[in-house]
Design a protein around this ligand. Structure first.
Ligand SMILES: Cc1cc2nc3c(=O)[nH]c(=O)nc-3n(C[C@H](O)[C@H](O)[C@H](O)COP(=O)(O)OP(=O)(O)OC[C@H]3O[C@@H](n4cnc5c(N)ncnc54)[C@H](O)[C@@H]3O)c2cc1C
Length: 467
């Protein structure tokens, strides 16, 4: 049987249920089709991971094919040029793609293809984590407790040999040249990504093994400090699927059963985010909490731009946004702060923050990004209540006490003392002068200070509470 295995955000050969089953059932034609509106950084990350997977498949004597046309057209043309019998794929939970997949699967099944779908994204399919009454959980702790009573399926074997198909040159609907997808930007801004993130599953597996073998025990106490590498940094690999979440889960439980609880808990937050997405797909652009539909956002474009480019005058916020711009990643503690500052202090709609993250993160993940923004703005499931507003100065003092993170990303402030660097507009004129800082020139004044932003946010919140 000639089986086309559709690859999406699952660019790997380990624990890949669709490829594993195809290996047992026949000959494999792996195809990647760009389907969603990818952000710029993630496009480039996809390109590099496709290159890496191409290399691995070639070592096994096969070829990875790509197509620029939408999936139904690609399959139709391919069928005409190179009669395939079956289509296998791991399910996607991107709301739009899920609908397209369902329609597509039905259509090609009616046309006589064998169609098989698999779980390749989550630890458990979303319908296995429901309450007894069949409703989805909206609060994390009961979800987590329920989840821990379930057995996560074991991983499937790494593909180390398989019969791969190679299409003749006459077939033009797919190509083995990844460049045809044009995922690499014309202007070269990708150095920061290249320097920080080796692509591909080998790099991903090495990273996660080292983290679990050596660092997971300290995760709980180190994970909140952005200047130190206390977290796993596996999110870019989970997002593109170079790493299977099930492999990570089982490896952690097997190798470090006594000290991996805090880390496993985060993997289950990801699971929770996915099940929220599946059951409440409208949350990708609308608040889960309906009260927020009429929230009086100010959406000041100038403020938004300053936030995007790390020019708000609040050092912790600017450091985070500059880390994101340079590397395609931001530490979780800082993500919570920048999201809170945008939606609460600046009163900019959370969907605007979400779309900036979508365009700049290499770990952009539709479930985690949606969930994170809904949570931070107070409109989502198990959310930070709106009236609890992060104070970025206290957050810096608590989680970046020696200002190592701020100094790294805002070098123009580096000569200020640990205290002054967190709130430069409160520093004395002498201290600023001595450190070579001219507010409004070398570094901006705050767009909105914590005190003013907090008061304004609470007033806005009062409006929606009144109804
Ligand atoms: C506003 C906002 C937007 C976010 N957008 C994304 C996104 O687009 N993609 C993304 O992967 N994560 C997102 N997160 C969640 C979190 O910030 C990242 O998963 C984490 O920083 C990745 O670093 P790590 O792999 O070192 O995490 P670790 O702390 O090592 O955790 C391991 C894994 O657990 C999962 N995880 C950890 N924290 C969370 C969380 N709070 N919610 C859901 N899953 C979690 C991730 O898959 C992560 O890779 C967002 C958080 C916020 C507040």
């Amino acid at each position: 049987m000639k089986i086309a295995v559709l690859l999406r955000n699952d660019l790997r050969l380990h624990d890949h249920p669709a490829l594993s089953q195809a290996k047992l059932d026949g000959e494999i034609l792996p195809i990647y089709v760009v389907e969603n509106n990818l952000g710029a950084a993630f496009k480039y990350w996809t390109h590099r991971n496709l290159e890496s997977l191409q290399e691995s498949i070639r070592k096994l004597g096969g070829e990875l094919y790509v197509s620029n046309s939408p999936l139904p057209e690609t399959v139709k043309a391919l069928q005409k040029e190179y009669a395939i019998d079956a289509i296998y794929f791991n399910r996607s939970y991107h709301p739009e793609q899920r609908l397209r997949d369902e329609e597509f699967a039905k259509h090609i099944f009616d046309e006589g293809f064998v169609v098989k779908t698999f779980e390749g994204t989550m630890l458990l399919p979303p319908w296995e984590s429901l309450k007894e009454n069949g409703e989805p959980y909206k609060v994390f702790t009961p979800f987590y407790n329920h989840f821990r009573t379930k057995a996560v399926p074991l991983v499937v074997p790494h593909i180390r040999d398989a019969k791969f198909l190679k299409v003749p040159e006459s077939v033009t609907s797919i190509s083995a040249d990844i460049n045809v997808l044009q995922l690499v930007p014309i202007f070269d801004w990708t150095d920061g990504i290249d320097e920080n993130w080796p692509a591909g599953e080998e790099a991903a597996i090495e990273l996660v093994k080292t983290f679990i073998d050596e660092d997971v025990a300290a995760y709980k106490i180190k994970r909140d400090f952005p200047a130190i590498s206390g977290t796993s940094r596996i999110s870019p690999y989970l997002a593109i699927g170079a790493l299977s979440v099930r492999s990570v889960y089982h490896y952690a439980l097997k190798m470090q059963p006594d000290v991996s609880e805090a880390f496993i808990r985060q993997l289950v937050w990801r699971e929770f985010a996915y099940q929220m997405l599946v059951h409440f797909p409208h949350t990708v652009n609308k608040p889960l909490n309906k009260n927020f539909s009429n929230f009086p956002w100010l959406n000041n474009e100038e403020h938004y731009q300053k936030w995007c480019y790390g020019q708000t005058g609040i050092p912790l916020i600017d450091a985070g946004m500059r880390e994101l711009w340079s590397t395609g990643y931001m530490h979780n503690r800082v993500r919570m702060n920048v999201a809170s500052y945008l939606t609460k202090h600046l009163l900019v709609d959370f969907t605007k923050g979400m779309s900036w993250f979508w365009d700049t993160l290499i770990d952009c993940d539709i479930a985690n990004n949606t969930f994170g923004w809904q949570w931070a703005s107070g409109s989502g499931a198990d959310a930070a209540p709106y009236f609890r507003i992060f104070n970025p100065y206290l957050q810096s003092a608590k989680f970046d006490g020696e200002a190592l993170y701020i100094r790294k990303w805002i070098p123009e402030l580096r000569h200020l003392s640990d205290k002054d660097i967190m709130e430069p507009d409160q520093a004395s004129e002498d201290s600023l002068k001595e450190a070579g800082v001219v507010l409004g020139d070398t570094y901006p004044y705050p767009v909105v200070t914590h005190k003013a932003g907090r008061t304004r946010a609470l007033l806005a919140y009062g409006e929606i509470k009144k109804g």
